[in-house]
Design a protein around this ligand. Structure first.
Ligand code: NAI
Ligand code: CS2
Length: 493
């Protein structure tokens, strides 16, 4: 039996189900990227608002590239799915009812997506499409004009393929139809994600139509957000556990996550917004200090553990936490190499670091190091390189960061410490492979990878202190392996 409106009444008591009239929920938000994270984050906030405060803010879900099955699964079960919050001690479940519609661009056609975005009541387009979906240069935050999808959308603006292209075209339709614009809200893990989104959308609009770009500039806002909840990719094992929790009812669109969640939102909406503050979100004027804190302390340590953990044979983040040296190194990285770079005020960063380590210890999560290791070219700048720049300018120590970057280089080398192939997943894979195969193992490999300007910019690779630190860390990795290198580093604290 599958989850659906009809089977809701068969669910075990204790599972929270929509208590509100679902027919009153409207598609006031079009969300691009119906992935694991959105299902366990923004949708949960909206569901709580509907059930506790009679909110009518609901979603039209859209996947543009990938994720066909998730949309089909959702459609097959009356747009209902469940979220399982997993703590080491137990689980709790909630069925989300605020999704009114779900579309896949490649299945139903891009026109259907654009028409949904041009519906008059749509006030917000929110986005979780992973960093690579923005078609931007991680080192500069600017649109990559020669990105294949952007080239396509520049010459075929009416049938866009990229997320920026779809948003620009939807806004063009709204302008043409004299409808109000919508707010574009990124919920991806990038610093100043609102600015990045604005850059790529205005960058593309300018290539297409100057007047449209001016209209967007004057009418659309791009609030930045800091989003946090650990939501590992769904596995067959997760779905099995969810079915058990649902008393034998299957939910292929279900998702499992940690109990913790946080959302800090820049309060800058041109066409109204849900009252997220009623269900725990923080609406602020400046999100950057929160974003930097989260990206450097959480995501920076996550990437450190992911590369060094994968190389050491630790499959999951909680496996890394079993190794005292890894836990100590992650804590040192957070407090001694990331915290000093932050502008955050009024947050106890020691307590924050310890709460992160506790979250990483959650044995029910099974968050794969491989998953976090993917798309490293899109993640390193905001997670590690900005902090390195701070230390170079302030004569600070950045041994953990250097080891993290060296471990990324070792990882994208494509062969693990046992000589087995690593399945490296990255939008710049072809460039990475060319750099690896064109360089000799050792310092030449480090130099080759650091020459990747879209990631490292042009100053860092010229900085002798930076290059020497990464090279030394890399040579340690080759000589001692990841586990031993982390142990040697941890002994020094
Ligand atoms: P996912 O793999 O489950 O979903 C990715 C979504 O992005 C899918 O809907 C897919 O259709 C879409 N997508 C992928 N490439 C695209 C492209 N080139 N253009 C347009 N759409 C594209 O990943 P998940 O877990 O939902 O994470 C997505 C993003 O959410 C992350 O990259 C991160 O920025 C953010 N996030 C994730 C958290 C997590 O723990 N999973 C927590 C905080 C933020
Ligand atoms: C992780 C994040 O996959 C990754 O790169 O570091 O998705 C992390 O789980 C979230 O940002 C937590 O909020």
């Amino acid at each position: 039996m599958k989850l659906s409106s009809k089977t809701l009444s068969n669910l075990p008591t204790g599972i929270i189900v929509p208590s509100y009239d679902r027919t009153k929920i409207k598609t006031r938000i079009v969300h691009l990227g119906f992935g694991a994270f959105h299902r366990a984050h923004q949708a949960v906030y909206a569901d709580q608002l509907a059930s506790q405060f009679d909110s009518d803010w609901g979603f039209c879900e859209v996947n543009l590239i990938g994720g066909e099955q998730q949309i089909a699964d959702l459609n097959a079960q009356d747009n209902l799915y469940s979220v399982a919050e997993m703590a080491s001690e137990g689980w709790s479940g909630r069925v989300i009812g605020v999704i009114c519609r779900a579309i896949h661009a490649e299945v139903e056609g891009i026109d259907t997506v654009l028409e949904a975005m041009a519906e008059p009541q749509v006030a917000i387009v929110s986005i979780t499409i992973t960093e690579k979906g923005y078609c931007y240069q991680p080192a500069t935050g600017k649109l990559i004009q020669d990105h294949p999808l952007i080239q396509h959308d520049t010459t075929n603006p009416r049938v866009p393929k990229s997320a920026p292209g779809v948003i620009v075209e939807a806004l063009r339709l709204r302008r043409e139809r004299q409808l109000p614009a919508f707010t574009v809200m990124s919920c991806d893990n990038m610093p100043e994600n609102g600015h990045v989104t604005r850059n790529v959308i205005l960058g593309l609009a300018k290539l297409q139509d100057e007047k449209l770009a001016e209209w967007i500039e004057a009418n659309v806002s791009f609030p930045s957000t800091m989003v946090d909840r650990i939501v590992p990719a769904v596995t067959p094992e997760t779905l099995e556990k969810i079915a058990q929790q649902l008393g034998g009812i299957n939910d292929p669109a279900g998702v499992a996550c940690e109990p913790f969640r946080q959302w800090v939102i820049e309060d800058n909406f041109v066409n109204g917004r849900p009252e997220w503050e009623k269900v725990g979100a923080e609406l602020v004027q400046d999100v950057l200090p929160f974003e930097e804190m989260k990206l450097r302390m959480l995501n920076g340590s996550h990437s450190f553990l992911a590369y060094l953990g994968y190389l050491a044979g630790y499959q999951h983040i909680n496996d890394c936490m079993q190794d005292d040296n890894y836990a100590a190194a992650a804590r040192h990285l957070m407090l001694n190499e990331q915290a000093p770079t932050l502008r955050t005020q009024g947050v106890d960063l020691v307590a924050y670091a310890d709460s992160l380590l506790n979250r990483y210890r959650n044995t029910a999560l099974k968050h794969r190091t491989w998953q976090i290791a993917m798309d490293g070219t899109q993640k390193l700048p905001q997670r590690m390189l900005d902090s390195v720049r701070y230390h170079l300018a302030n004569n600070g120590n950045f041994d953990c960061l250097a080891l993290g970057i060296a471990a990324w280089i070792r990882y994208v080398g494509g062969v693990d410490e046992q000589g087995l192939a690593i399945e490296v997943s990255d939008p710049l894979l072809a460039q990475l492979q060319a750099l690896v195969s064109g360089s000799q193992e050792g310092s030449a490999r480090v130099k080759a990878l650091l020459s990747l300007e879209v990631v490292f910019g042009n100053e860092l690779p010229q900085n002798p202190k930076f290059v020497a630190a990464v090279t030394e860390a890399y040579e340690h990795l080759l000589k001692f392996g990841a586990k031993e290198s982390v142990a040697k580093l941890a002994q020094r604290f």
